[in-house]
Design a protein around this ligand. Structure first.
Ligand code: NZQ
Ligand code: ZN
Length: 391
């Protein structure tokens, strides 16, 4: 039965090949000082930076440059960005990049005027933004597809010193005010990043799908999203410039994690907790940390949620149930997912991401345990999953 919920998503989306022009409609709503957040330089190489700067200047904005946001943004960078935003009296933070830039922009938006240490407050203590803390509005121009950060309140920050990668999902007032989604902007992504994004999307959906035993509309929506993703990913691998496939994938990514499909149902998120521990130790690409631990995790919990794994096999992977036991059907579904993962070329082992045997104990400790899935993992379960992921 659907639980009670309040649903509101305040992010305004502009989607399509001409979507950047709508920046002209958004900019007049904010003051003069714009903190322009971007990553390691891809937007300078592919020309998006010049296009954005031209629009900012045409709208009379003062640009406060904040480049160099690394994949898996760090707490040190957050402190720097927050200082820049405060001292620059920033009116709008415009993130141009992938999930790292969008997440970082959101984290800066709530840290600039925060009276406490934001890492401690938001990430170690999981506290919310104080009602009297000024939140700087954020806008995004998305160039990498996967995280859903363009339409949610998530902001993941990594602390390499304490080897912690923590995500905090903030409320609606931290969501981007607007996001611009042009599928063409994603064409220059290296294949490794593109497929990491594909798996990130898939896993956002399975994290929310594999939980609960009740009948929810969300599960049917998610099955459709997964089918669309699988279909389009196969086309995009062969032709990365197939607009239809890349635009469908971009849209699927947004729906996978803009909070809608989680409404009224329990969710799991355990693969992300395992993946974040791997990320904290290796700084590996987010989607690949998920792909590397997923199958060992799902095979581990399958007996506890057999009916859903059977449904996944039949409705997402078209497994013919005739003559098979429930367990065999469920296993065939995971085998089909494994074949698809290999087909698109995601990383299947944490060893490949740089994890060594001596890290396993630390990884277990760094893994937060969630209780919304089919089994609440204990330390032995987690170790077993990591060991299995080393193969
Ligand atoms: O830094 P630049 O030079 O821009 O290069 C980036 C980066 O190296 C490159 N890239 C992005 N767009 C490109 C491009 N290269 C060429 N052409 C383009 N159009 O791709 C690399 C990866 O970018 P990044 O932003 O790090 O990837 P992603 O979007 O996967 O974001 C990862 C971060 O988001 C967090 C992850 O933990 C990680 O820190 N997540 C955020 C979530 C949320 N807000 O809800 C949920 C996710 O589960 C995830 O945890
Ligand atoms: Zn993710």
């Amino acid at each position: 039965m659907l639980g009670n919920f309040v649903f509101s998503n305040p992010t305004k989306l502009y989607f399509g090949e001409d979507s950047l022009s709508y920046l002209n409609e958004e900019l007049p709503k904010y003051g003069k000082n714009v903190q322009l957040v971007y990553g390691g330089g891809s937007i300078k190489r592919n020309g998006i930076y010049d296009k954005v700067v031209e629009i900012l200047k045409a709208n009379g904005k003062e640009i406060i440059e904040d480049g160099g946001v690394m994949p898996n943004p760090t707490v040190e960078k957050l402190y720097e960005g927050a200082k820049l935003a405060k001292e620059g009296n920033v009116d709008l933070i415009l993130a141009v990049g992938g999930g790292s830039c969008c997440d970082y922009a959101k984290a800066v938006s709530i840290s600039a005027h925060c009276k406490e240490d934001p890492w401690e407050k938001y990430y170690l203590k999981f506290e919310d933004v104080d009602t009297d803390t000024k939140i700087i509005p954020v806008g995004c121009v998305l160039t990498m597809v996967g995280t859903g950060s363009e339409m949610n309140g998530g902001a993941v920050i990594t602390n390499h010193e304490s080897r912690l990668k923590i995500g905090h999902v903030f409320g609606g007032n931290v969501f981007p005010k607007f996001s611009i989604l042009n599928p063409v902007f994603t064409y220059t992504l290296p294949e490794y990043q593109m497929v990491a994004g594909f798996y990130d999307i898939m896993n956002h959906i399975t994290e929310q799908y594999f939980s609960g035993e009740d009948d929810t509309t969300s599960d049917y929506i998610m099955e459709g999203l997964m089918r669309s993703l699988i279909h389009s990913s196969r086309i995009a691998i062969l032709n990365p410039q197939d607009y239809e496939a890349r635009s469908n994938i971009m849209w699927t990514a947004t729906w996978a994690l803009n909070t809608l499909v989680a409404m009224g149902k329990s969710t799991d998120w355990m693969v992300h907790m395992l993946g974040q521990a791997v990320g904290a130790y290796t700084d590996a690409t987010h989607g690949m940390t998920l792909s590397a631990v997923s199958l060992p995790y799902y095979r581990h919990i399958m007996p506890y949620g057999l009916a859903k794994f059977k449904r996944f096999a039949e409705n997402v992977w078209n497994i013919n149930p005739a003559g098979k036991s429930d367990k065999e059907i469920a296993e065939a579904g995971l085998a089909a997912m494994e074949a698809w993962m290999k087909e698109i070329g995601v990383v299947m082992s944490i060893k490949e991401l740089g994890v060594t045997e001596d890290m396993l104990e630390g990884l277990v400790k760094a893994t937060l345990v969630m209780d919304g899935g089919y089994k609440v993992l204990n330390q032995d379960d987690i170790l077993e999953i990591f060991q299995e992921s080393m193969k």
